[in-house]
Design a protein around this ligand. Sequence first.
Ligand code: MN
Length: 329
Amino acid sequence: MDWKALVELLKGHVVFLQTHNFPDPDALASAYGMQVFLQAHGVKSIICYAGKIDKSSTKKMIEVFGINAVNIDDISDMDEQDYIVTMDSQKYNSNITDFPGNEVAAIDHHPTMIPCSYKYSDIRICGACSSIVTEYFIKSNTTLDTNTATALLYGLKMDTDSFNRGVTDFDIEMFSYLHKIADSQTIINLYHNNMEIDDLHAYGEAIKNIQIYENVGFAAISFDCPDALVAMISDFILGLDVVEFAVVYAKRNGGYKFSVRNETKFYHAGTVTQEALKDLGGGGGHFAMAGGMITADRISLLGNNPEFAIRQRFLDVIKKTKVSAEKEK
Ligand SMILES: [Mn+2]
């Protein structure tokens, strides 16, 4: 991490901070934190994204912290000269749309799927992109106001499932810094009001359709729902005592959107998902959590029982992974 190099690189340019599509709290918080940080060093930037901000909890977060995130449809003047910093995501990922600007930098906490050479990159595996952005304030001695600290803490809390998932010593260190400045009441208010009545329909369908094969739980949702909701349901299924690996998917644009969770030490959710969805649309992510999709044009590859084929693909990869883990013992 070299905060001066980042500021130097961006100075004098039109800068867009682009989150992954359908941004979640960590993407928005880290982009917002970076915007405040850059502003303090004389660099103006615009937060942008593709897709929708489709959860009321995320909309509420934007309102509460006063985050100005602009949908790409409302940006007409971005050109190739403009600089893009990808936040909580990396160029070429399946969850980020390629905008006209030049991706000169990436700040992310996910493993790299397809390498890209940036002028500046800060990609570290940790619980949340918000943690990485927090360090920019600390290392540069930049004042961190309560609002920004609260947003970053919220992003960190949400992405780590309250410090249970993918959390590292670094996240805890950043948390202890944010905690001193953040407003805990705001966090409590946001945290305890992140489910909508409509979400219950998706939960209901997942509960009805759940299928369990040994320690692997599958649930299909027959209608489109926001990424964040699919992820919440995947967490929910993982909460079952017999389930150690959860695969939840919802219909989207003629294909499927996946959220995968792993609590074993044998499998890697990211690589299992990548392998299982190979040639179908793509996927990947962390050890404990991953996402993916099957695109409409690839559905036919699954034959006439797509749900069966999906289960088969995941179970095959999991079985293979298990065998190699046993060999290593
Ligand atoms: Mn994140």
